[in-house]
Design a protein around this ligand. Sequence first.
Ligand SMILES: [Zn+2]
Length: 168
Amino acid sequence: MERVIICPICKDSDSCFEEMQENFSSFMCFNCGYMSDTRYRVGSVELVDNMNASPQLVQDLQHHDTNRGIVWFPCVINMGELGIIFPDEDPDKKTKGAFKSTQKTNYVWKYAKVVEIPEEERAKYNNYDKRLDVENAKVYSKYEFFNACQDMGIIKDLKAKDGLSTDT
Ligand SMILES: [Zn+2]
């Protein structure tokens, strides 16, 4: 069962969903791109394992949801051939390479597509024939996560978002 909740991070009241399973609930906000799960309790093994496997920026951006006693963090959506959506540092807010803790709430979303590597360049890429085009990733502001999902083609509108797997 699914219901709309108020996002504890961006306070959006239309795009944040709680998906209730038998033993746990998972949460996903399509406005700011944060997600969580009732198993990600503060100090839990699940949370620690997930954080250890996450990029530094995701770790830095984690948000403690004191109401639910869980931690939310920006999701990374890796859809193989469709590419990847991931959070990145906001280039406009960066100052001289220093990424101070007070600035860590500034982030952007990026959508990198998978591109073919031309035959003659494959040697440079360990002979792979496709690669993620991270350099030309499309950039979205932090509350445009949903637009990135639409561009990726995984969601048409919020009412028909079934089938999305955040694969955590
Ligand atoms: Zn949100």
